[in-house]
Ligand binder design. Sequence first.
Ligand SMILES: Cc1cc2nc3c(=O)[nH]c(=O)nc-3n(C[C@H](O)[C@H](O)[C@H](O)COP(=O)(O)OP(=O)(O)OC[C@H]3O[C@@H](n4cnc5c(N)ncnc54)[C@H](O)[C@@H]3O)c2cc1C
Ligand code: SF4
Length: 325
Amino acid sequence: MRPFNFIKTENVSQALSQKKETAQFIAGGTNLIDLMKKNIAQPDTLLDITSSLSNKIEKKSKGIEIGAMVRNTAVALDETVLSQHPLVSKAILAGASPQIRNMASTAGNLLQRTRCPYFYDVTTPCNKRKPGSGCSAITGENRMNAIVGYNEQCVAVHPSDLCIALAALDAEVNFISKNQKQGSIDFKNFHKLPESTPQKDHTLPENSLITSVSINENHFNKNFAYVKVRDRDSYAFALVSVAAALHLKDNKIVEARLASGGVAHKPWRWYEAEKFLKNKEPNAKNFAEAATIATKDLKPLSHNSFKVSMLKGAIETALQDCIKV
Ligand SMILES: Cc1cc2nc3c(=O)[nH]c(=O)nc-3n(C[C@H](O)[C@H](O)[C@H](O)COP(=O)(O)OP(=O)(O)OC[C@H]3O[C@@H](n4cnc5c(N)ncnc54)[C@H](O)[C@@H]3O)c2cc1C
Ligand code: SF4
């Protein structure tokens, strides 16, 4: 680990004015410090933003706004989140450990880096860590890697649980840029595919600060489920995960939402399956058909074809769980 300066910023203006290419913001530090220990991230300055950003969850006219510094545990246990967007709470509680969730911030969770083993092994080629060096996972140990939404540049998967629920609920990410302009990005456009820039995971403008995440009111607080399949029951990232939510009326699905983690470079929405479910009855046959539609065109790598049937089962289970709630 290289020596670095540490500056505790007091407010957003100070944090943005101190931000330069070689500096990095630090929130809970649960991902960044690991990256620094392994010399993957080498900032010369850490800008502590824990006192500069909101740690409150606020009700707004259209829904709720979760401050960037609200810790994962606080989001998961918040009464408004539990009553209006319980899927978010379920997803968070499926991740990490209580200690990590106590430290991890909302914004930091969105920006955590992939868990591809080669990304963390600095002795191997990795386009995400060192652009142009190659991708070791394509022909290597790719059991945990993608089955959709990848290219020859990078086959890594998005690691977060929270983000899968936020993707399903069409959340928005609010930010303030270096020149103090405020903006927001639809969640579906926040994380990106590898394209020709696999080193970039998201579309947040350079040197910007995430200030909050908004979730609009919706009808997905009664019939929802989060299914995470992993090697261990705790403290493990998803092999595949599924966030499912149904808006039901008169035994018909008015609208369905289905998103997955552990399958693609970004949280992945199964739009075709969602469309199929619209106006159908919520029953086992339709759930099985939706899972078949979602998994029909997947392209597993050499060591992860098991993920296809695993995902199919996870989608069916999640949809079934939605009507058990
Ligand atoms: C052992 C272990 C197991 C884990 N298991 C899971 C799991 O199962 N599921 C899961 O979802 N996660 C898991 N995690 C990841 C954990 O959730 C993340 O490390 C955490 O959410 C990151 O939040 P943080 O506040 O600590 O971010 P930090 O480490 O402080 O920062 C992460 C990145 O975000 C940037 N950043 C932070 N805040 C802002 C902001 N407001 N604006 C702009 N940039 C910002 C930082 O500069 C840095 O680049 C695990 C982590 C560990 C160590
Ligand atoms: S999959 Fe992506 S993160 Fe993993 S080795 Fe290839 S380029 Fe690196």
